[in-house]
Design a protein around this ligand. Sequence first.
Ligand code: C2O
Ligand code: CU
Ligand code: CU
Length: 478
Amino acid sequence: MNRRRFLGAAGGVAAVGWWSRRFVELSGAGPVLPQPPRASVANLTLRAAPGRAAVGSTSLDAWLYNGLLPGPTLRVQRGEPARIRLENQLPESTITHWHGLLVPEAADGHPRLAIDAGKTYEYAFTVDQPPGLSWYHPHTHLRTGYQVHRGLAGLIVIDDPANRTRGLPPAERELVLVIQDRTVMASGEVPYDLRGPAMMAGYFGDTILANGTPTPTQPVDAATYRLRILNGSASRIYKLGLTAPARMRIIGTDGGFLSAPVDAEEIMLAPAERLDLLVDFSASAGRQVSLETRPFTLPQGTFGPGGMGRGRDMMRGRQGDPGVIMHFDVGRTTERSAAVQLDARPTVPLPRGANERRFVFSSMMMDHTINGMSFDMERPDVRARAGAIERWTFVNDGPVPHPVHLHAAQFQVRTRTGGRNVVSPWETGWKDTVLVAPSEVVTVDVHFGPHPGLFLLHCHNLVHEDMGMMLNVALDPA
Ligand code: C2O
Ligand code: CU
Ligand code: CU
């Protein structure tokens, strides 16, 4: 799309777009937060195809799983076999990755497994890991960002049979929330324009969608709710907070429960990170509470996302922009919350003599590399062993943040020096994605899953990933 048409359609953006200055209040109560329909993985057909998705007052020209934005929420029990058939009805190749699940190589969605338009791929795996929130999205060579941007993403919940005895809210007080930013044109087009500063900082849209909906309003009781949140954005980091008295307790992250709840006022959530959150609305009966993203700046090098491109392209938001994600209309029905009993995956200390590896994430001259390397589909870059425990260090020596993600493993964050200089208490739980901001050095204890094969380490800023910030991790049999 040329620049002129892009700006020419800007008037239409105001109808649905509302970053900061362009904020337009929807009249009356907005739509509620839609909950994607659930699907079982026992015998599932997932059809990736072009479609339309209603977004506020317009409709989006999208690519969707089973016609839905986000796709169906897959609910699975631990130990349950999954049989999923991916049908590619897109005009290009694709492959689906189950982000957060420890699955065999053939089911992990490595880009070399992509199928052509019109073809199908059969996934067979057994989910064998603790309860938690994962997600699925395309992992197509050079096209992951674009395909996710067009709408291909959905959640996976590994159900917890012990929910009731943990003191967690009942199912009717559990909400899933996928946060994504997009610039939606009045025409329904969602341009993915990566020229100029976007090649460095990534894609930023001017509208935040909550489960595909701009600023929904969810009625809630003055009670405790469980919010299971995914940052499904290409590049945008959110600093989540609530506008009125309401307590946020984090009970889990990417890989499952924490060992105990952690209270938080503000939570940074980078692309691909997940949060399992209890929100107690009892102090706000009869009021409106908004979930917002607060302004922030990250330490940066000579030209960070805050400097580079600032003011240059008014069509895009920028990293650290404030905005409202959704509202909660709190009713007057109150209910005391119960004491919460979690059980985390046990921690195993780093064995003596464990392998240590160091990965330097660099962004220079519109080039994003790990240890100086760009992704090569066939070249194994790291050799490790399935089931092994290793200490990995991620170094960011450039000006832009990198949410670092590892397949086929879960890790715990041990240290963060430089930059923000702190490990948030919830980052010590089991994770598969960690934010490494400029100047930061982050160490994690990596626990590889049981499956040998060729897996991936990459930046989950999807623009960086597609530009090659990704390595192959070859796991030898245990
Ligand atoms: Cu969410 Cu390799 O990806
Ligand atoms: Cu993944
Ligand atoms: Cu990156």
